[in-house]
Design a protein around this ligand. Sequence first.
Ligand code: UDP
Length: 519
Amino acid sequence: MALPSSHHHHVALVSSPGMGHIIPILQLAKRLLTHQKINIRKATLFTVSFNSSSSSSKAEKDLLQSAIDDQSLSIDIIHLPPIHISNHNDVTIETKIAITMHEAPKLFATAISNMEFKPTMIITDYFLSQTLPLVKNMMKVPMYLFVPTNAWVVALGFHTPKLDKEVEGEYQSHGDSPILIPGCKAVHPSDLFQMMEDRTHRLYHEYLLMCEALPLADGIFVNTLEELEPKTFEALRSGKITKVPIFPIGPVIRETNNNNKQNNRINDVVNWLDKQEEESVIYVSLGSGYSMSYEQIKEMALGLEQSGKKFVWSLRPPSTKAGNNDHYLTAGEDAETNKKGHSSAQEETLTPESKNGETNSVTKSQESSDYFPEEFYRIQRNGIVLMDWAPQLEILSHPSIGGFVSHCGWNSIMESVSCGVPIICWPLFAEQMMNASMLEDEEEVGIAIRLNVSMSTKNVASEEIGKAMMKIMDKGDIEGCAIRKRVKKLKHIAEKAWSHDHGSSYFALSRIIDSNGAS
Ligand code: UDP
């Protein structure tokens, strides 16, 4: 089913929680509203909330408010009724995600059935695909999925119900035997999507239900580029994995905000970057919700020191000595709520210039040294540490940035590709190991160096970090040179993808009108 092109349409979108979902789906809503070939007049974005967090994060609130305030767009934001999740420490992030995948589709389906002005089309986040059978039974509107990750993960999703029937025991209990997806790069068991790691866990059960619902979609829009994944798109279009039309519409990333002189955070960082040499600074961020462990901070600091590179390091303040992903669903939480256990004198931006001044320096208190090793304080003269929400896109797009140490969240990858910045992969969770394996593979993409991350501690030795930084940034390194060349080429492709003339992603999104033959 597709949209009749003659009508004015109203699209209802639903996002999974977490900034890595909300940022791109909001951007997609904007792209739909401004697309000249699609007559969508209004977008309503539904977001998920929880009883366990008192409010959504500051970064999330600011982002959603800026969309509401934008007079040129008609976007409504509706928070779905909170999902009840116990605050108990033994409720893991995996269980929270599983509950969300189960409950949010029901809340969304009820919400749209109660809307006075019904939407004429639905777009759900890929991970909330259990929405599809619910809506199908309720109303006749075209239903699309938006995938905030890559097409390879989608191919695995379509193939999972088959794997579930054919593979005995855990997927990772068959030695090094790769997991095969017809026509696609095979998945090494140690890189497998985290939702498939434990087949007895509720998360796997919800993931399987999600995968079984995928064929109900009228089309799937993926935040990727055809040129990043040509082999996977060929396989997806061959009909061997699915018959659902799948379109690459990346990069769907937010716009940079360099003109906003009110934003001191952006100004501080950009002013400092302006003073650095071209491609001389490395940007470090392991994602919106991950708090690094004491040991990881130590190795990273030593690696930065050994590389001799200047840096901008975006770091979630740790709340324990061990690293954790607990803040993933509420990423960007207000500084105060996230800074438990830290000296209140500790500021959010730490610049080398202010180091000897009184205002912005890290206060090395008894408390803070429980979380930050000596090495962390030692390296500060060489860069900036951002403890709060970092202006990641403004940083990556700055000419002084020459490399990105990333956890390989897919939004970060698309942002890095769009800015032509080579990547050092430090994958941690979710599909990040698959992303890293695709990015480092010269036959697939070849724009990254992958670090050897310990499976148990999620840590990397400092020597390896330092060497990777030098390889990726030093002009004389042959491998680094080839990686930089490839990422610059992709940057040009990404720049053209959204051109209103012949842009591949701009055109692909217009298929929402005619993907099934309607005109
Ligand atoms: N981000 C940001 N500032 C931060 C941390 C993250 O702007 O301090 C943005 C980043 O640019 C990206 C998103 O948050 O758009 C994170 O999504 P990603 O898929 O990279 O990783 P996740 O955090 O979801 O694991």
